[in-house]
Write a protein that binds this ligand. Structure first.
Ligand code: ACO
Length: 320
């Protein structure tokens, strides 16, 4: 049994925030952000919600797949920035699209979330439990960053991407996924402080915090390793892979991975210049873009690779 992506979709907020606009409200510059990260602009929600973006992206993916809402039997939304703790975002998507036969839940693996959702769906399908799944990565990171911390707030954007996947005959996709909780403090985003009649009154803790250089070192080491692993699992060489769709955090990370793998940079599509780092949304947002541009063809070998807070990381190799 293998998993096939049969439809994709994406949605982003209307509001475009350029580096120049940021430099007018904080001590930063277009030159610093562009040379350090490759990001030129990002979408920042003004009226949109995480579940609204997730539902829009999911609706487009469903239309693209040609499936009816009733055919979807599993919905997973990967997010660390939902509108509400409950109901989960996936149930909100289910209601919006009328996928009344689906079981729906959220998954949080930060920037690796979409990839982990894909593997979860494949495991359910391999066990014969579900056949057609709607997978979404959706984030509003703008509500989790400290807008006074120039070292993090310039890096992120809001958005959602989705894919409909279906079980098909064939060899399972090659997949690796990892977690290392001992490195969790490198990238954190706190929830509200404990508040009840018995706990000491406390301030809500800091929002998104990151040790950028540690994340950088982790990503450039682990991403090539896990791409080699999936290639080995599939019995092919890395040079046979047509497309490398990496989590869109930083163009210098992507340059370094391409160099380590000895693969032409042209095979690493990128859209972080326009959307910034959208965490769990970044891989499906990019996937939708390259598919709609017609760049991926039937039979192409495509690697998806993500890395993020947890720490979590992994890669999947799909035959299109
Ligand atoms: N504008 C101007 N100056 C800035 C800004 C900014 N927005 N942010 C930081 N600086 C300054 C710092 O204050 C520091 O100044 P100092 O030398 O006077 O102290 C200087 O720039 C260098 O700061 P560093 O943090 O050392 O900058 P670095 O070169 O490491 O770049 C960056 C930071 C871009 C975050 C880099 O570490 C990186 O690419 N990390 C990878 C991690 C990543 O991309 N994370 C994204 C999210 S995580 C994920 O998706 C898993």
């Amino acid at each position: 049994m293998r998993i096939k992506i049969i439809g994709t979709g994406s949605a982003v907020p209307e509001n475009i925030v350029t580096n120049q606009m940021l430099s007018e409200i904080m001590d930063t510059s277009d030159e610093w952000i562009t040379t350090r990260t490759g990001i030129r602009q990002r979408r920042i929600a003004v009226t949109e919600t995480t579940s609204g973006l997730a539902s829009q992206a999911a609706r487009k993916a469903l239309e693209d797949s040609g499936c009816s809402p009733e055919e979807i039997d599993l919905i997973i939304v990967a997010t660390f920035s939902p509108d509400r703790c409950m109901p989960n975002t996936a149930c909100t998507v289910q209601a919006a699209l009328g996928c009344k036969n689906a079981v729906a839940f959220d998954l949080n693996a930060a920037c690796s979330g979409f990839l982990f959702a894909l593997n979860t769906a494949q495991a359910y399908m391999a066990a014969g439990i579900y056949r057609t799944a709607l997978l979404v990565g959706a984030e509003e990171i703008s509500k989790t960053v400290d807008w006074k911390d120039r070292s993090t707030c310039v890096l992120f954007g809001d958005g959602a991407g989705a894919a409909v996947v279906q079980a098909r005959e064939g060899t399972p996709m090659a997949f690796v996924q990892y977690s290392d909780g001992t490195k969790g403090e490198v990238l954190t985003c706190s929830e509200k402080a404990l508040k009840n009649p018995w706990a000491e009154p406390a301030e809500d803790p800091r929002m998104l915090c990151m040790d950028g250089q540690e994340v950088f070192k982790f990503a450039v080491r682990k991403v090539p390793e896990c791409i080699h692993e999936v290639a080995r699992q599939a019995g092919i060489s890395v040079s046979q892979i047509d497309w490398f769709l990496l989590h869109q955090a930083n163009s210098r990370i992507i340059d370094s991975v391409a160099k380590h793998l000895g693969v032409s940079r042209e095979r690493f599509p990128m859209n972080l210049d326009r959307y910034g780092n959208t965490s769990a949304a970044s891989i499906p947002l990019l996937l939708d873009e390259v598919r709609r541009e017609g760049r991926i063809r039937e039979g192409d070998l495509v690697v998806l690779s993500g890395f993020g807070a947890g720490l979590t990381w992994g890669a999947a190799l799909l035959e299109w």
